[in-house]
Design a protein around this ligand. Sequence first.
Ligand code: BTN
Length: 324
Amino acid sequence: MKYKILEALYEANDYISDESLGNMFEVSKNIICKEITELKQEGYNINLVENKGYILREMTDILNSFEIKYGLETKNFGKDIYFYDELNSTNDKMCILAKNGAKEGTVVIAQTQSAGKGRRGHIWKSPKNTGIYMSILMYPNISPRQAPKITLIAGLCVCKAIRKITGIKAVIKWPNDLLINGRKVCGILTEMNAGMEKVNFIVLGIGINVNTNSFPKEIENIATSLKIEGNKNYIRKTIIQEFLKEFEEYYYKYIEDTDFKKFVKEYKNFCSTIGQKVNVISNNSFSGLAVDVTDDGELVVEKENGDREIVFSGEVSVRSASYE
Ligand code: BTN
């Protein structure tokens, strides 16, 4: 009921009397008053003005399922949302939901994670109410080899969403970290359940530092947030909505024929790794100059002797040589 009232206030964009709200939902003014009190406790800035009624003031950074769904322009993605104040990891929760038959496009979001997972066993710090910690479920009919490209495409879509909503020129560090001024603002962890030939499901986990004011000493030189870079608070739901809209379109385009070529030009435009010296860390570590990204999304690295190596995402860690 309270979110129906909230929706009415959003739609009206003006004062509504308690009487009108009561008539709308066929309840007493007392019930309206009680529900509005609850909305205020959640942080909504609702004022009551004598002889006029209730009005919802400016948009604040309140995140819940209603906020994400309201104004969401997608067909499937984000239609089912599981929202939590706290989880160990949104990816872990999504894996359980997937095994219980959750639909494609289901989204899990938490205000904080007690054991947020990064790649290669790292921890993803997830301070409460300031970041986006979200996982999306997909059942693509593709082979496991094609799956890493979904992560590349997701990185591209987060990059586009951040640019569109904040105006900040985030860039992609191949394969799918997002940086602003050389510091990481977003990381993506994809987990896959697959047989030899076929993917069963993919959980795409995205962490974005949005309104974080500062980071612990050990990561302050490598991490940043949209707030630190843009000097203001951002509304997390608008970034989530923009990302889901963009990513849904790109994902369905990709799984039509699993051809990354149609995205590569746009990907390369945003990719700051091209033209940088990199250290490729794997069983066979080496250094060189990143010169290109192939139509398959692989990084082309030119060694000092002129030999070119193709680096596959998912297999290696690429560090900007200046960090070493
Ligand atoms: C990385 O860059 O190392 C990947 C970080 C991925 C973090 C996100 S936050 C939401 C989802 N749940 C997790 O436990 N991890 C991912």
